[in-house]
Design a protein. Sequence first.
Length: 619
Amino acid sequence: MLSSKTVSALEPGVQTRMNAGDLVAVIGCTGTGKSKLAVELAQHAQALATAQRGRDGSPYARAEVISADSMQVYHGLDVITNKATEDEMGGITHHLMSFLSAGEEYTIKDFTGQAGTLIEGMHASQPPVLPVIAGGTSYYVQHLLFPGRLVSAEEGRAEPITPKSLAQEAVEAALALPATLQESWARFLAMAELSQGPMPTSAASAGDELSSQELWTLLNALDPPMAPRWHPNDDRKILRSLTVFATTGKRHSDWLLEQDQEEQKLLAEQTVDAGTSRLSRMRRLFFWVWCEPETLKDRLDKRIHKMIERGLLDEIRELRKLANSMYKQGGPDYTRGIFQAIGFKEFDAFLSYMDAQPSSSKTGANTSFPELDARAQDLFNVAVESMQRGTRQYARRQTAWIRNQLLPEIRKARQQMSVRKEAGVGNVEVFLLDATDLDQWGGNVSSVAKDVLERFLTSKPLPDPTALNSAAAEQLFNITPLTSPTTEVKGTGPPSTSLSAKAFVPCPTCSPADPLQPPFLVRASEMEGHLRSRRHRMAVKKATKQQYEEGKKAEAAERRRLAAQAGAGEEVMSGGKDESSSASGPGSDGEARTSESLSKVQGGDLFRSSVPRGSFPNR
């Protein structure tokens, strides 16, 4: 395990040029078993070295794990950060764990600098050591292995950029906005703690925080290409894009577009270098440990109770003492450092209530709390439910990041690899392992991963990633490069930029029928997968059934109308039978028209005309 003394010597923030070599990364959301698989892979790499000694096999003597978890860097706090125990580490060396004091902050720049130095050292040692990166902070892994997307040095901070001055270009753009948006701009500046600059008095006095939708509307006015990139409810990322524009004077979308164009230019010239592009000379093998969402939900809920039994509340009490010493006035900042850990905020009300009680009622606080009064028990139950909900939401965000951010980077790297046409150099492979059934871990996860790792290290043919399981077929369908990325470098950028591919678009089928309700949004790059998803299939089935039922109602209404019309016609004909028997007899025009209408209903012509072909459900 890396000591704080060693970490301090790693020159954080410096982009490390990595030597050619192999690297394994184990990714996935919380609760899927990433740490367990990383240890098993490291042990297998060591076993391979022993078994193949003296033969043409794996070049690595052993493997070591590098943690990519922004919370596990802190000393202690093993329960709330879900660290592996010594037994679970299985004798494998783990780096970047338990070296930072809880009151300090850790950034993506710190991680990339330190992890890069570790990887370089492992590859340079004799014999070389295989790095195995494992952790749930996927953007750490992404920016380490696919660098180049940080707009500025401050981008790597955990908190938003908050300089006290604005770019002149941003001020001028804001002054050109309509009055209502100028007011939104002033309120945004207050939220971001930026100096307001010259603005109308009425706008500058506005102090209320903007809603997510208001922030999105403001971003759409100032940076139209960037706004669709973010979901209208994702206020943190919207605020980030607005802050980039406000402090640099350049739209966030322009920064990203320039990076896209530069990468395409480098590819076209085939002058790609590991220090200037995402194309690294390392061979990278990704294992995505995946679990079916409903099964994962139950697993995570149960894990919270186990964490409480292991002493979660004692750790939170220690964090509360630290927060009280750091924040003399006001409460702790739940967006910074260790205070972001799920559970700290959620149990605040319960522990505050318990601290206010006589000391005799504070004992034995673990699972059942038999001595708690009704109020305390309610607060405890709410805290547990909040922590469970927060953990589930975090797992969804982790999975979304892998799908929407990391996988597109892997796809791009594979395209770049095809341009270089250097076999075995810079290869990027990804395999999804289905960990839904933990009873089948050995067959579905462990043995598959070990086989792939052995093939990868000995340069043997790898299996088709999409053929391993049904989840892999659905999630990895677009990883294989379909077209060359070198076409069209000039003009406004490549045919599919990172902005257009990641823009949110509505799915009409899954959106509410009420136009006043927000639509169901899907990223453009994810639409093909969404159309094959269970959610979309169920929505199609529901819409088809609804259309069918509406058609049946229309048919019944038409039957009633025609029946009423026919009855009225018979009354008229019977009333005038003596006077005009010839007109009402068989073959008359009125009866012919009525019979024709009834036959249409009985034959289904009217119903068929009201329902589009192909809309009937299977019966």
